[in-house]
Design a binder for this molecule. Sequence first.
Ligand SMILES: [Zn+2]
Ligand SMILES: [Zn+2]
Length: 346
Amino acid sequence: MRATIFEGPGQVSVVEKPKPAPGHGELRVRMAAASLCASDVRVYRGEKYAKPGVTPGHEIAGIVDAIGEGVDGITEGQRVVICPMVVCGKCRFCIVGRQNRCEKRKTMGYDLDGGFAEYLLVPAEIVRTGHVLTVPNTLPLDIAALTEPAACTLSSLDLMGIAAGSSLMVIGAGPMGLLHLLMGRAAGASPIIISEPVAERREIAKRWGADLVLDPTTTDLVAAVKDATGGYGADAVALTVGVHDAVVPAIGLVRNQGTINMFAGFPPKQTVPFDPNVIHYGEINLTGSQNATTDQYRRTLGMLEHVPHIDEVVTNRYDIEHGPEAYSSRVSMSGLKSLVAFAGVE
Ligand SMILES: [Zn+2]
Ligand SMILES: [Zn+2]
């Protein structure tokens, strides 16, 4: 089979590999679609670890095509999304359903082979812990591949306490900022305010229904956000760009007792100075979110087909042979999300 491998920073290639055979408790999935994550690009840039030689790809959907012994409840031909976390299932985080914080967690696409290959071997732990999720018949697999980034967004919205009528400020209108707009709207957030310096992305945010879209290079963000939120500031602020200089200004946009979520990962070995009294006197919640729980994957799969514009999030499509170009298109920031699609699997 054809498979992409990560050889080291800046080095991704497509090679011939043996088609995996599922052992006890394992499955093999014929891949339909795998989208590229900002974290894959951080690995490519050398800012985040992945095992050299691993096949990347953790935003994955496909069809079960071989089943190992000892697997029940899954049939050949089943359309599935894989929640790519291998977790222990018994630590205090797993017990309360926070599998994404399991300290023994391993992730497909970084530590174990992921979905930028024609076939994917699904480890027994993934099968056993319910991390193989059925895709509704009405949801195309290339959209189902977005379950992972959309579930990460739902995790962010949950952590920020977004409910119907919550005001939401989103810093950045890249793919993840725009997913905050779409998923936030589906969750009832209003108004949703977006800050984005790139005009083309501001246009998309407007077209996809943001209530207010601001250019941070020409606008007084604090004044504009207060004006749009009755003078208080936003209930929640999601920072979807990993830029250290954006952190302190984001703190100024939240209302007292509101929540700021560091959604993006940041380049390593840099710090941010801020006045702790802003947090103290404002009783501001400062949090981070990374990945999502198994239940957030399940909820997202139920939502996706009802999220307008979700089919426009992927702008760049490649076949497996041209998969490495998915990386270069993200590095040059052309379009929104990149996806590797496998012809004839749907
Ligand atoms: Zn991802
Ligand atoms: Zn655990």
